[in-house]
Design a protein around this ligand. Structure first.
Ligand SMILES: [Zn+2]
Ligand SMILES: [Zn+2]
Length: 99
């Protein structure tokens, strides 16, 4: 519990769509599903896993500033909005199709 070293990049099964997500190959922090883009509210600060909310976070918008894609998530539990870096294998096309 006292470790300062936080493994942020880990594989997980999406609680929204059930897709298995591999850890990101480039070593970035994967914190959302590449297929449906949903995330989980588990971090207060990125990677710390200290948030107790643990609700699903819905992708509400995609931002493309300066060629860098970001995804905005809104928590379905506490309604907090957070911004996340998009990873290269994210299924952004599907997001545009369904929104
Ligand atoms: Zn998913
Ligand atoms: Zn929340």
């Amino acid at each position: 519990m006292s470790s300062r070293f936080i493994k942020k990049n880990e594989s997980f099964i999406c609680l929204n769509c059930g897709t298995f997500n591999n850890e990101d190959s480039s070593g970035s922090c994967r914190n959302h599903c590449y297929y449906c883009l949903y995330s989980l509210h588990v971090d207060i600060y990125p990677g710390d896993r200290k948030e107790v909310c643990k609700s699903l976070m819905k992708p509400i918008s995609v931002d493309n500033k300066g060629g860098k894609l970001s995804i905005y998530h809104k928590c379905l539990g506490c309604r907090k909005i957070s911004k996340n870096k998009s990873l290269k294998d994210d299924n952004i096309v599907k997001y545009y199709e369904t929104n």
